[in-house]
Design a protein around this ligand. Structure first.
Ligand code: ADP
Ligand code: MG
Length: 279
């Protein structure tokens, strides 16, 4: 799947997608009726992409992230990641697949506050490789994520929010994921730290890791190569950033999701409603 030039190259037409979602729908059942979190969402993710899933609170970002991260199953639809059909796979195989290929950073997966980062990374590595746990790999991941050595051995409850996030990134990296998925990871840190962590994510992406990040913040989304805009569970727009910094919309995603472009990509029509481009 990777090109000779480097793992960061985006491969679109020449090979199958890393992630394929078709008509993914998710309902949550409540006593008063169903809540629809995702409505027939379809898109592909290719090797080396850096994608922002952007939308207001309640638009379905976390649900989508958790489905791609194999933490939740959709009510209906088709999901294939790295050529594996994840709808028909059994629970045990799914756990193995996730451990081998995907790392998720989510508010649902907090660091154990009493353990040190070194212990946390060790636990995760032993989980993946029960017979061999490389200390070198642990130190390499902590260094790569930008955690200074003085923070490696202290309980994570004593760390700043930025260091907790960098620790979560180190934990995610230690299993060598192909795809790194983050659910609003930068919410709790200040702007300058946020920009530094975004630089780190860009470096990881340039080294070949496919990144998918959910955010409400357009400043964060602008760092991605592609923005997927969600509104009330529907994929409203798929914008790619060209090398000259301009956006180009993906017609195939528009067609698959029943979207109609009316004036370039400034105005789109969905379900009979006209919606202004959120940019
Ligand atoms: P976002 O991350 O964009 O804020 P979510 O995916 O968390 O959006 O939520 C989308 C919709 O699904 C919301 O109406 C939310 O209340 C509902 N929802 C999300 N997760 C659950 C859940 N575990 N149980 C019930 N309803 C949920
Ligand atoms: Mg959310």
């Amino acid at each position: 799947m990777q090109s000779a030039e480097g793992r960061g190259t985006i491969l679109e037409d020449s090979c199958t997608a890393h992630v394929e979602l078709k008509n993914i729908t998710k309902y949550y059942r409540y006593p008063f009726g169903d809540v629809i979190a995702l409505k027939s969402v379809s898109f592909d993710v290719h090797a080396g992409e850096f994608i922002a899933i952007i939308g207001p609170k309640g638009s379905g970002k976390s649900t989508l992230i958790n489905i791609i991260g194999c933490m939740e199953t959709p009510t209906s639809g088709f999901l294939r990641i790295l050529d594996t059909d994840l709808i028909s796979i059994d629970e045990k195989e799914l756990d193995k697949f996730r451990l081998e290929n995907i790392s998720l950073i989510s508010p649902l997966l907090r660091l154990n506050p009493q353990k040190s980062l070194r212990q946390i990374l060790q636990d995760r590595l032993i989980f993946k490789y029960p017979s061999s746990c490389s200390q070198e790999k642990i130190l390499f991941s902590l260094t790569k994520a930008g955690v200074p050595q003085s923070y490696w051995e202290i309980p994570t409850e004593e760390l700043t929010e930025e260091m907790k996030l960098r620790g979560s990134i180190a934990r995610a990296l230690v299993t060598d994921p192909t795809i790194l998925i983050l659910d609003e990871p930068l919410k709790k840190i200040d702007t300058s730290s946020m920009l530094e962590v975004l630089v780190l994510l860009k470096v990881l992406n340039n080294q070949g890791i496919t990144i998918i990040i959910a955010t409400e913040d357009p400043i964060i989304a602008r760092r991605a190569n592609r923005q997927l805009w969600l509104h009330e569970g529907s994929l409203m727009e798929d914008k790619r950033v060209k090398t000259d910094g301009r956006f180009v919309s993906d017609d195939s995603t528009f067609h698959r999701n029943g979207l109609i472009r009316t004036q370039g990509f400034d105005t789109i029509r969905y379900s009979g409603r006209s919606t202004l481009n959120p940019e």
